[in-house]
Design a protein around this ligand. Structure first.
Ligand code: GLU
Length: 464
């Protein structure tokens, strides 16, 4: 299979778009085919600076390498549509020569008048009702329209199954704009044909355009690639399409937050696809082996970021401590810079099981690197008043002064203290945890004190 991802560089890639790219990539890998990256930069007004760079960086970060396309080249280079204008013009000229395309002679005002007239007469506005009898010679300064005859279309969509649409879906659409650039509708047909694409995965918003595409293939005497329409990616409410305005972040923002590419790929693959079991964790290789278009569902899949967070936690736990340490490098709080690798590794180890993404590190680990400001009042609650809290702190300072600060010794001494103070472990440990870390949600108390070390633990307790 030769599949392609053909984004327009109009903004940072977000998850909905990348999910469809992933499906294309999986198909190409599993069939030992090629996954082609083509940049559809024909709408210059909507193009954003850095758009192409963002596309390449996002795919590379996720490990969705392309076998043909920008930077890597290939037999159908160039892969940027703005560098292929001659090709579209050539196909357009062929259509003109066959009487199948014509220069649009109308001004925007004239077209508006036709539209209004149709509205008054309560009939649909169609360009083909206004085909000029003798169109002007196309000199590149007018828009060029293709001449398509209306008819019913039925086709097999590899995901949606049999689809049928009526003749109202067909009209004479613009193939080359007055600015000399082709439209998406035309350029992708020319490119997919020349690039020998076998399967086109598109998002659902293009479904109603497929009759136009098929009709254009027909007049060009070209076979259409297989069309596969991926179900919509919905936001977490399940009611709205995921979009920049509703729930979609640029994928590279997840990199900044310390998500792992494998977690994102696994998560995205399951939006709208399953292999018929309730398996959730798939390695890349497994996805390549098991993915199939006939198990992609027809209805929308939900993008639930909480689920992504769960996947990421799973993939973090699967890393070795060494790998996690390497990936964490740029996520430490500023204050951690003053500490050596061994100390930071020991801290990280305490969080390996519970870390959900790496940018949580500063908030979770801050008290390992700088002394929290703690007021004695924070140590009190309905069970423990200030006098009791002070007593716990004093007793702990005395007891731990004798400790070698191994976890086992800390545990033994603290449990002994619970008995001597005739209190409950929960009450004493809560006070000491808060007194040393300023937090109620630290990892286990003994391991935390062990890592923070004797001197600093005692200093912090004495400062209360
Ligand atoms: N350039 C189109 C877009 O970004 C691509 C659609 C397609 O895959 O054919 O929406």
């Amino acid at each position: 299979m030769r599949t392609r991802f053909a984004p327009s560089p109009t903004g940072a890639l977000h998850s909905g778009v990348v999910r469809t790219a992933l499906f294309s990539w999986l198909l190409a890998q599993q069939s030992n085919g090629q996954f082609i990256l083509r940049i559809e930069d024909t709408d210059q007004k909507r193009e954003v600076e850095g758009g192409v760079g963002n596309i390449k960086e996002t795919l590379r970060w996720l490990g969705l390498e392309w076998q043909e396309g920008p930077d890597v080249g290939g037999p159908y280079a160039p892969y940027l549509q703005s560098q292929r204008l001659e090709k579209y013009k050539q196909v357009a000229e062929e259509l003109i020569a066959k009487g199948l395309a014509y220069a649009d002679p109308y001004t925007p005002e004239e077209l508006q008048a036709f539209r209004e007239k149709a509205q008054v007469e309560k009939r649909p506005f169609l360009y083909r009702d206004h085909r000029p009898e003798s169109p002007p010679k196309w000199d590149g300064s007018q828009a060029l329209r293709v001449k398509l005859e209306p008819k019913d279309w039925s086709w097999d969509d590899a995901i949606m199954g049999k689809v049928s649409m009526g003749p109202e879906m067909i009209d004479d659409f613009i193939i080359i704009k007055a600015d000399g650039f082709p439209t998406y509708n035309f350029a992708h047909i020319v490119d997919d044909h020349e690039m020998k694409i076998t399967h086109i995965l598109r998002s659902q918003e293009f479904l109603s355009s497929i009759p136009k595409f098929l009709a254009t293939h027909e007049i060009l005497n070209w076979d259409s690639p297989v069309n596969a329409t991926a179900p919509q990616v919905m936001d977490e409410t399940g009611r709205r399409k995921l979009s920049k305005r509703h729930g979609a972040k640029p994928v590279l923002e997840y990199r900044e937050m310390g998500f792992l590419p494998d977690a994102i790929v696994n998560f995205l693959a399951l939006i709208g696809w399953n292999d018929g079991t309730d398996q959730e964790i798939y390695s890349r290789q497994e996805l390549i082996e098991k993915f199939s278009l006939d198990r992609v569902q027809k209805s929308g899949g939900i993008f639930d970021e909480r689920r992504l967070v769960w996947f990421n936690g799973h993939y973090i736990r699967k890393l070795s401590l060494d790998e996690l340490y390497r990936l964490s490098e740029k996520f430490w709080p500023e204050s951690a810079k003053a500490y050596d690798d061994n100390y930071r590794r020991a801290v990280l180890e305490l969080f390996h099981e519970r870390l959900k993404f790496l940018s949580e590190l500063p908030e979770l680990t801050g008290y390992f690197f700088s002394d929290p400001k703690i007021d004695i009042e924070k140590l009190t609650d309905s069970q423990t008043d200030e006098t009791a809290a002070r007593k716990f702190v004093e007793a702990t300072i005395a007891e731990l002064g004798e400790s070698d600060f191994s976890e086992a010794d800390l545990e033994q001494r603290m449990r002994g203290l619970v008995d001597r103070l005739a209190t409950k472990p929960g009450a004493l440990f809560k006070v000491i945890r808060m007194g040393v870390t300023g937090s109620t949600v630290a990892p286990g108390l003994f391991e935390t004190l062990h890592v923070i070390g004797k001197e600093r633990t005692l200093d912090r307790l004495k400062a209360l």
